[in-house]
Design a binder for this molecule. Structure first.
Ligand SMILES: C[S@@+](CC[C@H](N)C(=O)[O-])C[C@H]1O[C@@H](n2cnc3c(N)ncnc32)[C@H](O)[C@@H]1O
Length: 298
């Protein structure tokens, strides 16, 4: 199954691509956005990051007719260092389309879905040591409960954590689903959705790496450069929203007039998050939870 790129036109429009600029796609995936960025470049260059072996080989094939790009197999938390090693310290735009590609979700061996009985893996980087199975079978109940509550907003986090500890060792996704079913038996949606989200965030340290890349990238932006971020759940969106607000705010007391030199170097160019059109949401149900925010350096 193909990965359906979300908010395609919107992402490209907010990136405001300069034909000779340096652009970064932090989440290459199926290369849908990368290909569009390359279509807008003339003498510019694209650096694309992914930590997933399959995404990289798939994307290399999609992009084989282009010359002006380089794929970097790395977590985007190393963006600054990886680009510096290539002599790049200024960029014109960074795009992040967070989360998983359809390939990862649909690959039964990866353990991201609660709909199939498979290994408790959930690593985006298949070379990483920490897996969901290790977390479930070794962390203390209090730490498991914290993960489910903070990263999944799961209200029965402590009950689920306690039951996990009682039923160890958990071997497959269905072992976990059965426990969530037994606690969240009144749930209308899927009983395990929030626990799976929480585990995935914990395995991949998703919120910390997002904060790191935003801080590093904003300092590398050229004048009129853009940060464009597409998120898929409220925890990610909150981080982006607060980061953009902090970068674009000034310390001037509210009752004093702001003159040009007092303005922050950065401006949020999406006053409200941008959502996919109804047509896109109907066509691609995964896009329903997407929100896009963009920041520019003045
Ligand atoms: C939603 S997909 C991107 C899809 C892509 N924009 C497209 O149009 O095909 C997200 C991709 O980002 C990768 N990814 C997620 N977090 C990452 C991180 N911290 N570092 C590097 N790659 C990451 C995933 O492996 C996945 O392939």
């Amino acid at each position: 199954m193909k990965h359906e790129t979300v908010l395609k036109e919107e992402a490209i429009s907010y990136l405001n691509i300069k034909p000779n600029g340096i652009y970064i796609d932090g989440t290459l995936g199926g290369a849908g956005h990368s290909k569009l960025i390359l279509d807008h470049l003339k003498n510019g260059f694209l650096y694309a990051f992914d930590q997933d072996d399959f995404a990289i080989s798939y994307a290399n094939d999609i992009l084989k007719d282009y010359k002006n790009y380089k794929i970097i197999k790395s977590n985007f938390k190393h963006l600054k260092q990886k680009l510096e090693e290539l002599g790049i310290d200024k960029i014109d735009g960074l795009l992040l389309d967070l989360g998983l590609s359809s390939f990862q979700i649909d690959d039964e061996t990866r353990g991201f879905t609660y709909l199939k009985d498979t290994s408790l893996d959930m690593r985006m980087d298949q070379h990483q040591e920490l897996t969901a199975e290790m977390i479930l079978n070794t962390y203390e109940a209090s730490e498991l409960a914290r993960i489910f509550f903070v990263y999944g907003e799961e209200k029965n986090s402590f009950k689920i954590a306690k039951r996990i500890v009682e039923r160890r060792p958990l071997k497959t996704t269905m072992d976990l689903v059965k426990i969530c079913d037994s606690v969240n038996y009144k749930e209308k949606g899927h009983s395990s959705k929030r626990v799976f989200q929480a585990l995935r965030i914990a395995v991949n340290d998703e919120l910390t790496v997002l904060e790191t890349v935003l801080h590093d990238a904003v300092n590398m932006l050229n004048k009129d450069g853009r940060l464009v971020v597409i998120t898929f759940h409220s925890l990610e969106d909150r981080i982006v929203k607060h980061f953009f607000r902090d970068e674009s705010s000034t310390d001037i007391p509210k009752n004093l007039p702001i003159i040009n030199k007092d303005l922050s170097d950065f401006e949020v160019i999406t006053r409200k998050p941008v959502y996919p059109s109804e047509e896109e949401m109907n066509r691609n149900s995964r896009s329903k939870s997407a929100k896009l925010r963009a920041l520019k350096r003045r």
